[in-house]
Design a protein around this ligand. Structure first.
Ligand SMILES: CC(C)(COP(=O)(O)OP(=O)(O)OC[C@H]1O[C@@H](n2cnc3c(N)ncnc32)[C@H](O)[C@@H]1OP(=O)(O)O)[C@@H](O)C(=O)NCCC(=O)NCCS
Length: 170
């Protein structure tokens, strides 16, 4: 796990974040998913940021949270609609230090606070053990086509604690 990092902070998306988040997206795919996806699959996946404007629009159209360390973005996660985690990417230089856990915990609280009963995610094979650890249960195996390549992922679901009565133990 290496040296302890300064504690990450969370903040909402700013329009100026797009290039930095695109770089994190590409680096995390290139450096963290190689055990699970071929080089051609990684390239097809990372190509989603080639149209940076469209990538920025996607981030802005969802509830996107940014994790920062000493002010610099190191990871991000997004909630699509009321109850679907769409994106979760952490820079390889800080992987394994709890950044994704912090992001997903915040999305779970936000979604639960807005009344979502369950959260779903189409987890990459790389992220599946992470989500399993957080209580997500595999529901369905999928193959999606991206820029001519077939990539597998798994739809997973977690039932959120009832937030109707904050402060009351359940
Ligand atoms: C999956 C990902 C977001 C995890 O980010 P992270 O910041 O390293 O995760 P955390 O440090 O919060 O990990 C929390 C726990 O999950 C475990 N975990 C994280 N990634 C794991 C992996 N690939 N395999 C097994 N366990 C993993 C950690 O060991 C840790 O366990 P611990 O609490 O017992 O120490 C990151 O690897 C990533 O960006 N991957 C590439 C992009 C991707 O696949 N995104 C998902 C799209 S759905």
């Amino acid at each position: 796990m290496g040296q302890a990092l300064p504690k990450p902070a969370l903040r909402p998306l700013l329009p100026s974040d797009t290039p930095m988040l695109a770089a994190i997206f590409v680096a995390s795919i290139q450096e963290l998913t190689g055990d699970d996806y071929s080089e051609a699959q990684q390239e097809a996946w990372a190509a989603a940021v080639e149209d940076e404007e469209a990538f920025g629009r996607k981030l802005a159209g969802q509830l996107t949270l940014i994790a920062t360390i000493q002010g610099a973005p190191v990871g991000f996660a997004s909630l699509k609609g009321a109850d679907h985690i769409d994106m979760l990417y952490v820079h390889p230089s800080v992987a394994g230090h709890g950044v994704a856990s912090m992001l997903v915990e915040a999305l779970e609280k936000l979604a639960g606070g807005r009344g979502a009963k369950n959260l779903t995610v189409d987890a990459s094979d790389t992220a599946e053990p992470f989500f399993k650890k957080r209580g997500y249960v595999a529901k369905q195996r999928n193959t999606v086509t991206l820029n001519g390549e077939w990539l597998a992922n798994t739809t997973m679901q977690k039932t959120l604690a009832d937030n109707a009565a904050p402060g009351v133990p359940t």
